[in-house]
Write a protein that binds this ligand. Structure first.
Ligand SMILES: C[S@@+](CC[C@H](N)C(=O)[O-])C[C@H]1O[C@@H](n2cnc3c(N)ncnc32)[C@H](O)[C@@H]1O
Length: 637
């Protein structure tokens, strides 16, 4: 990997798009700028990336003056950044790139805190346990909605607004519905008791006649409690909303009888990163509705309430103004806001979403996998394992530098031995496929066990490690620095945001559908693959692929039957009785057979084999895919 010159600050690359000959900022760029402005973060050199010769002059109003911003052409991006979707950050070493909206935003927050650890308001954006938008979109519905669903729905609306006023986008409706749900937060029992106490005190104060004339008063008071609690968290000294002790009567009330808490912000009570992501999107969307279809606003009472509350958060208005957003609460024509009922909502859209959810939240399965396996057998489908071509091949572990050995952290000796055995299998196969000048990508690299060995053993190849979890990748980077590896690069991102060319994709224990995402990337790049899957039980239909994947399996099994195979494929742990494990292994073989047949329709020849020794892992399958000569291994790097 070529080193770019060492810079003082990491570089943040934000996309500028061109629509109808006009330059504009896509939402993910506006979101990043808004966060930088809210955090008053000056830790980055910001580059606006243009696809055509143009300048940021016309966009000046939307770019906070406090930032150090330059223009750059797409073709001039550093190599590692060019292989990723924007936004992206390249660190000072030029070897670690962070890409994708959620990862980059979380990094901006961390950098702000690094520069000023006293910023509790910024720390709070990461949410309880600091996990806000941390999980990948394919496993977290919430990340999917905020990182992808809402921004793309609003982009789509802005592109084709003329046709889109009649129907509210599905993801906007999902958010509206979510904001209407009661909130569950850590510690909510205490806040709900305070709410009850305030409600009772209020009921006592108002005479029956009064309460008849003002039926909403109690609700208003309690709603104030939620907002006060939320805003108190943002104040410098974070005082609790109320310090009044509950009386004993209130303490005795059962949790189930306590009043529910209402949403204040998107995730519940507290202002978090998701509110930051949503604000520029909802701003654009509401401006458009206000201008062209103001009556539609009636259908979004909770969203409008959220929108006005966000504006009460200290610093939000100022940050928005610096990004050219003049926030205000839209005027709803005629009778004012109503709380919509299920009947008011466009049912066809909600039903559609319900179906989508059904696919991902299946009821637990009853019964075993035998009927499914028998059905497959009757149709001539059985798990087939290709014999291992080099069962005894091993790396010279004793003579390799210490930092290559998977012994770091809390790994026990037994686990380290098994990890080395797994690595022998993958490295042997990649070494056989690799040629000088190839780019090899270690997808879902974790702390870099596979990628680091490959970079060391294949010095004529470039190796890129891709991993979503920051802590793991930073650990990989420091192991690589210990070894002074030069032919290596690191990308912290959901692997979906990697778009660069490569020749061989490798993945050791990529969880659930991450294995299918890796295969899809390899097929699109015409690259060979060496993959050992895991977490079969997490497999489920995703936006991009549905199961079963191959035609023959589809003709034989329904989705639910295939899911039975996946669930039982996870039953291979050593503690289980041997007969259960045997069935588990057969199910693993069948799920991977389906995957391999699907890849073969793209011209690949695929072998499913068992890693050696079999005991190296309960998830010991390895899929080796070679692309057809015409489209394979000819990627320009
Ligand atoms: C079981 S670990 C395996 C790590 C490493 N390959 C090893 O064998 O030590 C799976 C890793 O995949 C990462 N991961 C899962 N889905 C991902 C995705 N969509 N993009 C990037 N990383 C992902 C997880 O964060 C986790 O570190």
């Amino acid at each position: 990997m070529t080193h770019t010159e060492v810079k003082q600050h990491p570089s943040l690359y934000l996309e500028v798009c061109c629509q109808n000959e006009k330059t504009r900022l896509p939402l993910h760029t506006s979101i990043a700028l808004f966060l930088l402005s809210y955090c008053d973060c000056k830790s980055f050199r910001v580059f606006l990336v243009f696809t055509k010769p143009a300048s940021s002059q016309s966009l000046k109003r939307q770019i906070p003056e406090s930032l150090d911003v330059s223009d750059i052409q797409l073709k001039d991006l550093p190599h590692l950044v060019r292989g990723c979707r924007l936004p992206a950050v390249l660190d000072e070493t030029g070897m670690l790139c962070r890409a994708g909206l959620a990862v980059v935003l979380r990094h901006i927050i961390n950098k702000t805190l690094e520069a000023d650890p006293s910023r509790n308001d910024v720390l709070a954006l990461l949410g309880f346990k600091k996990t806000c938008l941390k999980a990948c979109a394919e496993v977290s519905k919430w990340t999917r909605l905020c990182e992808i669903g809402i921004p793309s729905a609003v982009e789509e609306h802005l592109r084709n607004s003329a046709d889109q006023y009649q129907q509210l986008p599905l993801s906007i409706l999902t958010l509206e519905r979510r904001l209407a749900e009661p909130v569950k937060v850590h510690n909510d029992d205490k806040i709900r008791r305070q709410k009850l106490q305030e409600q009772r005190r209020n009921e006592k104060k108002s005479s029956p006649a009064d309460s008849e004339s003002e039926p909403g008063l109690s609700a208003q008071v309690s709603e104030g409690l939620e907002l006060r609690t939320a805003l108190a968290k943002l104040s410098v000294d974070s005082v609790p909303a109320s310090t009044t002790r509950e009386n004993s009567e209130i303490r005795k009330v059962k949790t189930t009888d306590l009043p529910p808490l209402e949403h204040v912000f998107a995730e519940g009570l507290y202002f978090t990163l998701t509110d930051v992501v949503l604000l520029p999107c909802i701003y654009e969307y509401l401006c458009s509705l206000q201008a062209h279809a103001a009556k539609t606003l009636h259908q979004l009472p909770h969203l409008l309430r959220w929108y006005s509350r966000v504006q009460e958060v200290p610093g939000v208005l100022k940050a928005a103004e610096a990004c050219g957003m003049s926030l205000s609460v839209p005027q709803v024509p005629t009778s004012g806001l109503q709380v919509s009922s299920a009947e008011d909502e466009p049912t066809s859209l909600l039903e559609e979403e319900e179906e989508g959810q059904e696919m991902t939240t299946e009821p637990p399965f009853v019964g075993g996998p035998r009927p499914t396996m028998t059905k497959l057998k009757e149709n001539g489908i059985e798990a087939v394992f290709t014999p291992h071509p080099c069962p005894d091949w091993t790396l010279p572990w004793d003579s390799l530098p210490g930092a290559i050995n998977p012994t770091e952290g809390k790994m026990s000796n037994i686990r380290a031995v098994r990890k080395r055995q797994q690595l022998n299998n993958l490295v042997a196969t990649v070494t056989e496929l690799a040629r000088p000048g190839y780019t090899v990508v270690d997808f879902c690299s974790g702390t870099g066990h596979v990628g680091i060995v490959l970079a060391h053993t294949l010095p004529d190849c470039q190796v890129i490690l891709i991993e979503n979890k920051e802590e793991s990748l930073v650990r990989a980077q420091s192991r690589s620095a210990e070894l002074s590896l030069k032919n290596i690069g690191f990308i912290q991102a959901n692997l979906d945001y990697f778009t660069g060319p490569f020749h061989i994709g490798v993945a050791l224990h990529a969880c659930g559908v991450a294995t299918d995402m890796v295969m899809e990337h390899c097929i699109q790049a015409g690259a060979a693959f060496v993959i050992s899957p895991c977490c079969y039980g997490f497999i489920q239909n995703a936006i991009k692929f549905t199961f079963p994947k191959s035609k023959r399996f589809q003709e034989t099994l329904a989705y639910k039957e295939h899911m039975i195979l996946c669930r039982f494929a996870d039953q291979t742990a050593v503690q289980l009785p041997p007969e259960r494990r045997l069935i588990g292994k057969q199910c693993m073989g069948l799920v991977d057979l389906d995957r391999s047949w699907a890849a073969e329709t793209h011209g690949y020849s695929v072998q499913v084999m068992t890693m050696e020794p079999e005991s190296c892992s309960p998830k010991n399958n390895m899929l080796v895919g070679r692309p057809a000569q015409r489209n394979g291994l000819g990627v320009d790097s």
